[in-house]
Ligand binder design. Structure first.
Ligand code: ADP
Ligand code: ASP
Ligand code: MG
Length: 416
């Protein structure tokens, strides 16, 4: 008998009609004799509404506090109980589990807790009794059950993958509102093509670079624990995208996908002394304040006396980063500090990229031809990212998608 974890995202559970559709998908597996554990997100936009309520209730509420977590967790509890009721309504045995009932032990900050352990005894017993275990995604307990914690936005994907690993499931199905993983966000580029199979590494890179169809920590956990994933739609029978370890990877071409992220802000320090140790002081101060930096570029004036450093941080950290840098202005003097959050990071991803010459030049030329200025560049073996003005998001995405022929079937010859 095989065991499967099925995860349903918020848009798949937007209302009771959607939830009934999801329940049918659970029933299909269950009737095939499989053991099924379900992981649910909160219904539709529920988490956003709860967050808005929290900030209304307390102007000074920390976006990530114990009470905010206790509130947000109710969203998933509501959908787990409703899903169990929908399943019972169609004749299945089912029971819901909140994070603390499983329990899912977490540590780390509220609002971004990390899973330490998932107990499986009760869940396995439930499955053995041929009942569906409906688990809340996105939440766990902290401090040995003393507090409720949440895993960060989009965290139900992580809950599902980790639960699949803990239960040693044969498959983790991620049901969402698109038919799988596409060459880029199909809502931005209508010619985006669904990918049939993708390797863990590329999936992780796509997720980390903004393709929110799978949360980054979930992609990383799937790769680490070798959990086979199937990402598919709740609303169609399309077979979806399989994510697993394969060296054949998606398709043997240089660029396989395009992702964007609107989560970054740019900070520029202009007129720094061009002396050893300055960059060290700046980034040490940011690290001290727990601010992660992503892209970095440094340049000097023509006489090399002054330097400028431009980098990106999460939009949510922008103000804190600016204040932290002002604090060390006497130690690392600068003439001007500029910040801008109307920027977007666009990334080309492809495991085969490093064996093809000219990917970067083709990307930069395409953007230049459209009059789009590149503000920062970052590369790794399997990706090239550029930071550009947010206004150009759609133009840049469509142009790059077309130039790299991502809409074409991978078996047909590519230009590069
Ligand atoms: P869920 O509520 O099911 O967790 P999400 O909204 O988190 O769903 O993720 C699904 C969304 O991810 C899609 O609606 C799509 O707009 C977006 N997306 C971004 N990049 C991609 C991609 N490369 N492939 C598929 N979907 C993508
Ligand atoms: N409900 C949570 C959120 O909206 C978790 C999730 O959907 O994965 O972020
Ligand atoms: Mg999601």
């Amino acid at each position: 008998m095989s065991r499967v974890v099925q995860k349903f995202g918020g848009s798949s559970l937007a209302d009771l009609a959607c939830m009934r559709r999801a329940a049918q998908l659970v029933a299909q597996r269950w009737h095939q004799g499989e053991q099924v554990a379900v992981v649910v997100s909160a219904m539709g936009e529920r988490t956003d509404h709860l967050l808005a309520l929290a900030s209304e209730a307390s102007k000074s509420h920390a976006a990530a506090s114990a009470e905010t977590d206790a509130l947000l967790a109710t969203g998933e509890q509501e959908s787990a109980a409703l899903m169990a009721l929908c399943l019972q309504n169609i004749g299945l045995k089912a029971r819901s589990f909140a994070g603390w009932q499983i329990p899912v032990e977490t540590c780390g900050p509220h609002g971004n807790a990390r899973v330490q352990q998932i107990a499986t005894t009760t869940l396995l017993e439930t499955l053995r009794q041929k009942a569906v275990a409906v688990c809340t995604g996105f939440q766990g307990t902290m401090g040995g059950g003393k507090r409720i914690a949440t895993l960060g936005r989009g965290g139900s994907d992580t809950s599902a993958v980790l639960l699949a690993a803990a239960l040693e499931a044969d498959l983790c199905e991620i049901f969402t509102d698109v038919e799988g993983v596409y060459t880029t966000d199909p809502r931005i580029v209508t010619t985006a093509r669904k990918i049939d199979t993708i390797d863990y590494e590329e999936m992780l890179e796509m997720a980390a670079l903004g393709a929110r169809v799978l949360e980054t920590r979930a992609a990383s956990a799937a790769m680490r624990f070798r959990v086979p994933l199937l990402i598919r739609s709740t609303f169609s029978d399309n077979p979806g995208t399989s994510v697993f370890a394969t060296d054949k990877s998606m398709e043997q071409r240089s660029v396989t996908a395009l992702a964007y992220s609107d989560k970054d802000a740019k900070i520029a320090l202009v007129g720094l002394d061009n002396t050893p140790g300055i960059a060290g002081k700046i980034f040490a101060q940011l690290a001290l304040n727990n601010i992660s930096v992503d892209m970095i570029v440094q340049g000097t004036t023509q006489d090399e006396k002054k330097a400028h450093i431009t980098f990106t941080v999460a939009k949510a950290d922008k103000e804190r980063a600016c204040s932290a840098l002002e604090e060390i202005r006497s130690e690392a003097p600068f003439q001007e500090l500029r910040s801008d959050d109307k920027v977007i990071k666009i990334s080309l991803i492809g495991a085969g990229m490093n064996s093809y010459a000219g990917v970067a030049s083709r990307m930069f030329r395409t953007l230049a031809d459209k009059g789009i200025n590149i503000q920062i560049i970052a590369t790794s073996e399997i990706k090239i990212s550029v930071l550009i003005a947010a206004d150009y998001l759609e133009l840049a995405m469509r142009s790059l998608h077309a130039v790299f022929e991502l809409q074409k079937d991978p078996s047909s010859p590519s230009k590069i």
